[in-house]
Design a protein around this ligand. Sequence first.
Ligand code: C5P
Length: 299
Amino acid sequence: MSASVTVRVPAKVNVQLAVGAARPDGFHDLANVFLAVSLYDEVTATPAGTLTITCDGPDADKVPLDRTNLAARAAELLAARHGISPDVHLHIAKDIPVAGGMAGGSADGAGALLACDALWGLGTPRAELLEICAELGSDVPFSLVGGAALGVGRGERLTELPVGGDFHWVFAVADGGLSTPAVYGEFDRLTAGVHVPEPAASPVLLDALRTGDTSALADALANDLQSAALSLRPSLAATLAAGTEAGALAALVSGSGPTTAFLVKDADAAASVADALIASGTCRTARVATSPAAGATLL
Ligand code: C5P
């Protein structure tokens, strides 16, 4: 057992989020093409007398430090499986926007799981870690895996995808979060009485990822939650327009929002689109990132 263990975990953008009709359990079947991006949280696990969480970073005041935090739940689930007590201090160095549709909470869940597994010397098989991730939330398995993957079911059943090159992104961070259940609820309201097709991954989009073709990916980006996010937060339309006017190849809401994502040609374009977004006054800040990024990694 070491004194402490740190795990680095990436954020994600959904390059395709195809949403089916609501299921009897309230969840929606998805064809969810995840791409990990180079914005990271770090979770450090240290032995302690009881389970505690601390957090630092620009958005730290918005992170719950109680047992509702996915990092705490991850430690509890892992400990329960092994019949031990989850006595650990978890520190989250938070750089991923909070409640922004970039899976920041999911990242902390996956990070805590891997960190506790190493700290407690458990050696839990990967398949079992992925089961615990799926129990924690629909996006958590992808935070562990990283890279690119197609998630089906509620997004938790993953098939890893090949990516043939680097993609450059700008993310515009909005003021305040958006509740994921509220956005899905708005999707249900907007699609009431309308036939919602079975979600399916776009072969054109998968091909663009495989070949690393930025302009083909730009043409194929799609998010079925975008109308719902815009309906709840109409001001996001101005952010999307500002990034497009600044030269982004494509703009979309990231996951359930309110973070917006802009695919750009290269690192220079990323810097200028980020500057223009900040100058536009339509977002709180803008961050540049590249993809793909590795999944949860022990440092
Ligand atoms: O799985 P997770 O806890 O991240 O889901 C949060 C909420 O998002 C769910 O309670 C549900 O309202 C919605 N959701 C959904 N369909 C999915 C994933 C999430 O309706 N496939």
